[in-house]
Design a protein around this ligand. Structure first.
Ligand SMILES: *Cc1c(COP(=O)(O)O)cnc(C)c1O
Length: 348
């Protein structure tokens, strides 16, 4: 029985074209700024996103941390949504290493934050008792909010409140190309109002390693120094950048297939008694659904599905997450739905 891995789009393997490009990559010492493949990738990414400069980092977590280090002094405050990846899944790097305090405002079901909530959360300037709000973070698509998408208008409203208060806006755009494809808007439209953006090469775009942080030349110059300090200065990193260039050329448009498969998966899951989700809310490649406690815990269902060869994750108690990606086709979706129905029936 072939196993179906829906835990994350991070399980994607590099394509044959990527492996060839990696083997043949022209490389140099990137800490000296001399790796032509890295320089090409950074320039290409910055151009695509409409920013002045780019910086290759080891991971999305490293990019987010570098942004925090660049914008914050010890004792500053970062405002973000209460479902943010940076808050839940990055080992408190912004607090532990950048010395910033995190303040949360509610995320709605799609991962948006209300500009009025943000305005109330931002600290007034010039009070020695309070931290300074120097950074506001958005996430697009929103991981814990079911792959929800922020439109250019959603982003603009939040960014204008942040900027009016003198705070910089960082976009955790790990899956920003999924948002662009889902909305059918150029990616630069989605990031035009933020100061910097990080996106992952290693998720749906199928690269083995890497993220790119993009922003103004001044921001990237500072970010490069922080990257070096935390040990992220890589030498012949062009081997990685070569795969990234293949991804930016050929892997973005196909994300639409992952989204179609996610919708097919969501419609099927919603018809299984005991599983609850709104299939119409699925915009990208992440499907999160509720498991009725009468069936057992989400952990029980994960265990039972695992024995049927279906690997999934659980973002929180009573919820299961499935993520579609390049190695999941329509047949795998149907096969998954059959195995889930069997397992749920046996549990009920
Ligand atoms: C995956 C992810 C990250 C972290 O990326 P890594 O490369 O796994 O460190 C950050 N933010 C969001 C929204 C993510 O989905």
């Amino acid at each position: 029985m072939p196993s179906i891995d829906l835990r994350s789009d991070t399980v994607t393997q590099p394509t044959d074209e990527m492996r060839r490009a990696m083997a043949e990559a022209e490389v140099g010492d990137d800490v000296y700024g001399e790796d032509p493949s890295v320089n090409r990738l950074q320039d290409r990414a910055a151009e695509l996103l409409g920013k002045e400069a780019g910086l290759l980092t080891a991971s999305g977590t490293m990019s987010n941390l570098i942004a925090s280090l660049t914008y914050c002094h010890r004792g500053d405050e970062i405002v973000m949504g209460d479902q943010a990846h940076m808050f839940w899944n990055e080992s408190a790097g912004a607090s532990a290493l950048a010395g910033a305090q995190i303040r949360l405002v509610p995320n709605d079901s799609q991962g948006r934050i209300d500009p009025d909530d943000l305005e109330r959360a931002i600290r007034p300037a010039g009070n020695i008792h309070t931290p300074s709000t120097t950074m506001v973070c958005l996430e697009n698509t929103h991981n814990k909010c079911g792959g929800g998408v922020l439109t250019p208008e959603d982003t603009e409203k939040v960014a204008s409140v942040a900027h009016a208060a003198g705070a910089s806006v960082h976009l955790d755009g790990a899956r920003i190309f999924n948002a662009a494809v889902a909305l059918e808007v150029p990616v630069r439209e989605l990031v035009k109002d933020v100061d910097d953006v990080s996106f992952c090469l290693s998720k749906g775009l199928s690269c083995p390693v890497g993220s790119v942080l993009c922003g103004s030349q001044e921001f990237i110059d500072q970010a490069r120094r922080w990257r070096k300090m935390i040990g992220g200065g890589m030498r012949q990193a062009g081997v990685l950048a070569a795969a990234g260039l293949v991804a930016l050329d050929g892997m973005i448009d196909r994300l639409a297939e992952d989204h179609a498969n996610a919708r097919q998966l969501a419609r099927g899951l919603a018809s299984i008694p005991g599983l609850t989700l709104d299939p119409d809310s699925i915009q990208t490649n992440i499907v999160i659904f509720h498991v009725d406690p009468s069936l057992g815990s989400a952990a029980d269902l994960i265990g039972a599905l695992g024995r049927e060869g279906v690997k999934v994750g659980s973002p929180e108690e009573h919820y299961i997450r499935m993520v579609t990606h390049r190695h999941i086709d329509g047949g795998d979706v149907e096969e998954t739905l059959g195995r889930v129905a069997t397992v749920v029936k046996a549990m009920g």
